[in-house]
Design a protein around this ligand. Structure first.
Ligand code: ATP
Ligand code: MG
Length: 749
């Protein structure tokens, strides 16, 4: 267990200490609409890990409220993933659909206490009425329906009397709430669809915000742990449970940062696309970032769990380097798996002075691995070595076999080349060589100096295998989808030869093929006739050579790199960006840090900066607004461009709009893709700086609040903020805050 505890475990411990809960109950609540990926592994390790650490339990709950996308094959994949990672859920698998009747009753209860109503606006109207961040919403006229009418309509919705979209059930909360989620959120919608478990019983299905908190409550969950995108939903979570006045104890929601990994896409939608378009062989293609993919590739559950522990649980989103995951599997296998020989590209060698047959004992583990075991290597006059291990015209520094240079056959004898046999094209097809009888490994008295030992297999006992050499699925650090596929992500080699010890074992075994990498017997295609081995990972990180060496990686290899939001060191590129942002552009530490560490965000920032020289204001919008959008979308899905952001900032700079209004304009831009200047004009959002327009509002507010004026004059300086806030509110956020501030001060003097 983590010695330095993460923030979730600290909360759990506090709650146990104060007696808020007797037992910790968590849940892992996936929607069964795709195979679980490595991000889910993180959630599994958090939820099941916390339950285990505090002797509680964790429920596996299928969040199956969306009948059109869900399927039992995904349920099975999710169960399989949890088990494979070594966890067990409490009793049976739960399904939100098990609670459909209870949820319905809770909805009826809300209607009865006047807290929910049937709305008959259409989808567009509902969106329009909701308002924007800068403008309050408007409540539907249907909200005035009586309890009786609501009960009747809701029951008929359930019975299937209405078409999809004809009505919805909404909570009656607050159409002017600053948190848009609280503007009468939808609780139920009509869906005439067959549900994979509930069949055709239901024509209404509950929405996430209603179903999730209540399912947690029904199951006695104490800590409902979810990812940051749900931060704004927390108030609805609380509202539903509190408004229903449920018997305590009740669960509370906590958010952590979702896992993002470079060179990886991690959205079920995008993964589904790769499967459907047959870009990969299926959900369990060994290149997929799915649990099923890692499992088939040969990753161990321990390596995935170690990875989840290493990256820690943070409250701020960040990007994890995929080489860290690769490091974890390499690190795990290094200690565990036997080393054997595989000749990938065989070249025949006939040892002309050897007529015997013998078996050579060879250790499975090198000296630094505290494991024992060995196997017998058959040795005869016909062997195969790798084509790469012989060079007719060697480059300088070549240590292996050449016409002049002898080499050691690993664990066996030293060999000297006598003759090269070529085909009509001049290609070498065989080497004739002599061995040195007194050079056997371990009892070498030959005195011959060699520069290296090469791998080999004995011709008669060797077995032909298929190697599937996998590499990263994407060539791009921030891949968008299928257009960024690494064309070399799969290479198939048919004629490789392995020593017999590899074959005698059953599948579900892992080996290190010396010098070639770690391999796993493919659980699906492995046949006795042609064994298939998947490359799990290379022996070394070959990608880091292509890029500048990453300090982050080096660090990951020596210690846990990120605990509870503690920052990882920057690599060279990130550091250079950071220095520039901080020193040249004068951004503050925090902003410079966020931008420097996020390549997508920083390129976006620099693009905007190239059209408008306003480093601070652009940075603020990019780090807050744009970054938030990018949590849910890929950059290609954004409706706005860097240029448009520059235009938006331009209006802040020349005081056409306030920063507050800018946020609302941004909201619009991200929805409609409209130009910011157009939005400002169309909505009349131009900032009011003219004192003669602002003063009357100030005077009105002052007149309405004589008590506060009195208190202010008695020295309560904090009330200045109150007056300024009131003025801004009254003008719909359009008044220039600086001007308001000055005028208010003057008027109150
Ligand atoms: P995706 O966006 O990839 O489709 P999702 O969030 O829709 O994923 P769910 O099945 O709803 O997938 O998620 C199940 C649980 O796993 C949720 O609690 C969710 O917060 C968590 N989860 C999903 N993706 C990640 C991730 N990348 N990192 C951490 N937790 C995640
Ligand atoms: Mg989801």
């Amino acid at each position: 267990m983590n010695k330095s505890k993460d923030f979730l475990r600290r909360i759990v411990e506090e709650d146990l200490k104060t007696g808020k809960y007797q037992e910790i109950i968590t849940r892992f609540p996936p929607e069964p609409n795709g195979f679980p990926h490595i991000g889910h592994a993180k959630s599994i390790s958090i939820n099941f890990g916390i339950a285990r650490d505090y002797n509680g339990h964790c429920n596996l709950r299928m969040d199956d409220t969306n009948p059109t996308t869900e399927d039992t094959q995904y349920v099975e994949a999710l169960k399989d993933a949890v088990h494979w990672l070594g966890f067990e859920w409490d009793k049976k698998v739960h399904f939100t659909s098990d609670y459909f009747h209870q949820l319905y009753d809770y909805a009826v209860e809300l209607i009865k206490i006047g807290k929910a109503y049937v709305d008959s606006l259409n989808e567009d109207e509902i969106r329009e009425y909701r308002g924007t961040v800068t403008t309050i919403g408007k409540r539907s006229k249907y909200a005035k329906r009586s309890v009786e009418e609501n009960l009747d309509l809701f029951e008929r919705m359930k019975k299937g009397e209405f078409e999809d979209g004809a009505h919805v059930l909404r909570a009656k909360i607050d159409m002017s709430a600053s948190n848009m989620k609280m503007r009468d959120p939808l609780l139920y919608r009509i869906r005439h669809a067959h549900h994979f478990r509930a069949g055709d019983e239901w024509s209404v299905y509950p929405m996430y915000d209603f179903a999730h908190c209540l399912s947690d409550y029904i199951e006695g969950v104490t800590h409902s742990i979810c990812t940051l995108e749900f931060e704004n939903n927390r108030v609805i979570y609380d509202w539903v449970l509190d408004t229903l006045k449920l018997k305590p104890p009740r669960p509370y929601q906590y958010e952590f940062a979702r896992l993002n990994i470079n060179y990886t896409v991690m959205s079920k939608r995008k993964l589904l696309e790769l499967v459907e378009k047959k870009i990969v062989s299926g959900w369990d293609d060994p290149r997929m970032p799915t649990i099923a993919g890692y499992k088939r590739r040969g990753y161990t559950p321990e390596s995935i769990l170690n990875f989840c522990e290493q990256i820690g649980i943070a409250k701020a989103n960040s990007m994890v380097d995929v080489s860290q995951l690769e490091f974890c599997i390499r690190d795990d296998l290094n200690q565990k798996v036997p080393r054997v020989m595989c000749v990938v590209n065989p070249l025949k060698v006939t040892i002309t002075n050897y007529e015997d047959l013998e078996e050579i004992d060879a250790p499975y583990y090198p000296h630094d691995v505290p494991k024992e075991g060995s196997r017998k290597l058959p040795f005869s006059k016909e062997i195969y070595i790798d084509r790469d291990d012989f060079a007719e015209n060697p480059p300088t520094g070549y240590f292996r076999l050449t016409p002049e240079q002898p080499v050691r056959l690993k664990y066996a004898y030293i060999l000297t080349c006598k003759e090269m046999i070529k085909d009509t094209n001049g290609d070498i097809i065989e080497i004739q060589a002599e061995y040195h009888p007194d050079s056997k490994s371990g009892s070498d008295t030959s005195g011959i100096k060699v520069k290296s030992a090469i791998q080999w297999v004995e011709a008669n006992s060797a077995k032909k295998v298929e190697l599937r050499l996998y590499d990263r699925l994407f060539k791009d650090e921030a891949p968008q989808g299928k257009e960024d596929i690494n064309p070399n992500s799969l290479k198939i080699i048919k004629g490789a030869l392995i020593e017999p010890a590899v074959i005698t074992d059953k599948p579900d075994v892992r080996f290190q093929f010396e010098r070639e990498g770690y391999f796993y017997a493919d659980p699906v295609d492995y046949k006795d006739a042609v064994p298939v081995f998947n490359k799990i990972v290379a022996l070394k990180d070959s990608w880091s050579k292509k890029k500048k060496p990453s300090k982050k990686l080096a660090n990951a290899q020596t210690k846990k790199i990120q605990i509870d939001g503690e920052a990882t060191p920057m690599d060279a590129d990130e550091q250079a960006r950071f220095d520039k942002y901080k020193n040249e552009l004068k951004l503050n530490n925090e902003v410079a840090n966020i931008l420097a560490r996020d390549k997508t965000l920083s390129s976006f920032y620099e693009e905007a900066l190239s059209t408008l020289n306003s480093p601070l204001n652009i940075a603020n919008i990019v780090v807050n607004e744009v970054a938030r959008e990018l949590k849910q979308k890929e950059i290609s899905e954004l409706k706005f461009s860097a240029k448009q952001i520059a235009r938006l900032v331009k209006m802040i700079d020349d005081e056409t709009i306030s920063t507050k209004i800018a946020k609302g304009v941004f909201e619009e831009m991200s929805k409609s893709g409209e130009n910011p200047t157009k939005i400002v004009q169309a909505k009349g959002l131009v900032q009011i700086s003219d004192p003669t327009k602002i003063l009357p509002v100030i005077n009105e507010i002052i007149a309405k609040n004589p008590d506060n004026v009195q208190k202010f004059k008695e020295g309560n300086g904090k009330l200045l903020g109150f007056f300024v806030g009131q003025v801004l509110k009254k003008t719909g956020g359009k008044a220039n805050p600086k001007v308001v501030n000055e005028l208010v001060k003057k008027q109150l003097e």
